[in-house]
Design a protein around this ligand. Structure first.
Ligand code: PLP
Length: 499
């Protein structure tokens, strides 16, 4: 499989090059030239396999078949997948399905990994893919991963890259912009190849600082002379998107196996969305041939995607809100670019034009025909903080399910959608974080009265009230020594990456 850029069809690179490089030189995102097919009989065969075997079979379709020294062998892919999923997730695997008593709603729980959020599924595998790719196309040079985080990505990337030979990782977080639980997860990180630095400022300051480092040519030359290259662990990298396609297919297989669906029957997916990476992976699964009817894109109060999917106009010139679902507080959803490329039939000139307009003016509009094509698959819904809290309480009281604040945004969007359309196809709601990661907000939703400010006390109270066990890795943070205390100014971030 060869990869091209969303902004230049002249670009043709191997899968290894796309993953090692992260982003195309003219600023476009790498996409596979065509979407490989998943035949009904293959889907049935996958239903009989475990998660690791399913992941291997699907990755093979996207990574092999280009020949030459940059191609991937099946055994190599199998080794990467085993290293990612064999020991980091409890039985029955990385993406278990949980049925609600209503009989038509299923939760795809993606938070049972080391950091209790869905980003683990991609970030346990990305380091394996990236080091394998670096051997093929970077002659084994050392890869320095730079990551700016608003909370969940940083910790998941640290866990994924911790002590991975040939890599080092620096994570920059806004010193006042992450929750206490998220901060403790990062500053207690173990491993010899990791660094965690607070940046005085907000997430945008940290992100701009990282972008400035990527764009610093003198620094890049110095790094190259020392045998090192920079790369990124955020979801513009195809190596982060690819592992996410697997769990949509896996969810369908589990429903087939349970008899909840018969072969060929369609279902809906509901995805709490920020950067549009997770839901785009669902669209790739559908394009491969997975029987998906509709993808419901759920946003919090930062409803830039809801407005786009309804009107065809993407407009980031609006107030930014901090919400109870912070990992979805985002106004520039990078991966939408890949959807526009796919739905416009690979019109890279149009895509480049819209992205330039977004950078210049803060908005763009797509033509009616393209909007209709997108709307034939995607529906949208949004949810404010009050609705998030009400949904957590309603679903807990009526269905016995304790959801986190991000998942609640999706559950609310689904309820509104079902009420409006009167439809009740089976729907799979992607459950993206453990409720204990946001214990204070979840506790406040299901119990009237004051909530402890200390995150561990809140988690303990939530555990006692709900009977749901708090993940051991979150509890253990209370006793772990803090290893990283440095806080820097955005302009000094460069000084912290020369390991
Ligand atoms: C990152 C994140 C999301 C949003 O996923 P995108 O791929 O950015 O759309 C949703 N929920 C949680 C808990 C997250 O960490």
């Amino acid at each position: 499989m060869l990869y091209t850029s969303t902004r230049d069809h002249g670009v043709r690179v191997s899968a290894a090059q796309a993953i090692a490089q992260g982003i195309s030189r003219e600023g476009g995102l790498f996409v596979p030239e065509s979407v490989p097919a998943l035949l009904p009989r293959e889907l049935e065969a996958l239903a009989g396999m475990d998660y690791i075997a399913r992941a291997e079979a699907i990755l093979v379709k996207f990574l092999t078949g280009e020949g030459g020294g940059e191609g991937w062998r099946r055994e190599e892919i199998a080794r990467c997948v085993r290293a990612a999923y064999e020991n980091s997730f409890p039985a029955p695997g990385a993406a278990p399905l949980c049925a609600l008593p209503d009989g038509k709603t299923f939760l795809l729980e993606l938070f049972h990994g080391p950091t209790c959020a869905f980003k683990d599924i991609a970030l346990q595998l990305l380091p394996q893919l990236l080091t394998a790719a670096a051997k093929k196309v970077l002659s084994g040079r050392e890869v320095i991963i730079l990551t700016a985080t608003s909370g969940d990505t940083g910790k998941a990337a640290l866990e994924g890259f911790c002590d991975v030979p040939g890599t080092k990782i620096a994570v920059f977080y806004p010193s006042e912009g992450v929750s206490e639980m998220q901060r403790l997860q990062m500053v207690t990180q173990e491993g010899e190849n990791v660094r965690v630095i607070g940046v005085r400022g907000n997430f945008d300051d940290a992100q701009s600082g990282v972008k400035a480092i990527f764009g610093d040519r003198a620094l890049a030359a110095r790094m190259a002379a020392a045998g090192k290259v920079f790369s990124s662990a955020n979801s513009i990298n195809w190596g982060r998107l690819l592992p996410q396609i697997v769990y949509y297919i896996s969810a369908y297989c589990d429903l087939l196996r349970q008899g909840a669906l018969s072969g060929g029957q369609a279902l809906d997916f509901v995805v709490p969305t920020g950067n549009f990476g997770n839901i785009l992976a669902a669209y790739y699964a559908k394009e491969m041939g997975l029987p998906v009817r509709r993808l419901l894109c759920a946003s919090n109060r930062n409803r830039v995607l809801t407005d786009f999917l309804q009107s065809g106009c993407y407009d980031r010139r609006r107030a930014f809100f901090t919400t109870l679902s912070p990992s979805m507080d985002i106004l520039i959803s990078s991966n939408l670019e890949r959807l526009l490329w796919l739905c416009s039939g690979g019109d890279c000139q149009a895509v480049a034009g819209w992205m330039a307009q977004l950078a210049r003016e803060g908005c763009y509009s797509v033509p009616e025909a393209l909007l209709q094509k997108i709307q034939s698959v995607f529906a949208a819904g949004d949810c404010d903080d009050a609705q998030t809290g009400e949904t957590i309480r309603r679903v807990y009281e009526t269905q016995g399910y304790l959801s986190d604040t991000h998942t609640a945004v999706a559950l609310h969007a689904l309820q509104v959608w079902r009420g409006r359309t009167g439809e009740a196809l089976p729907a799979v709601v992607v459950s993206t974080a453990s409720p204990f990661k946001f214990a204070g907000s979840v506790l406040a939703a299901i119990q009237p009265g004051a909530v402890p400010a200390d995150p561990f006390a809140a988690a303990q109270a939530l555990e006692a009230l709900s009977g749901v066990p708090c993940p051991a890795q979150l509890k253990a943070l209370a006793r772990k020594p803090v290893r990283f205390r440095e806080i820097c100014e955005p302009k000094d971030m460069k000084d912290y990456i020369l390991f």
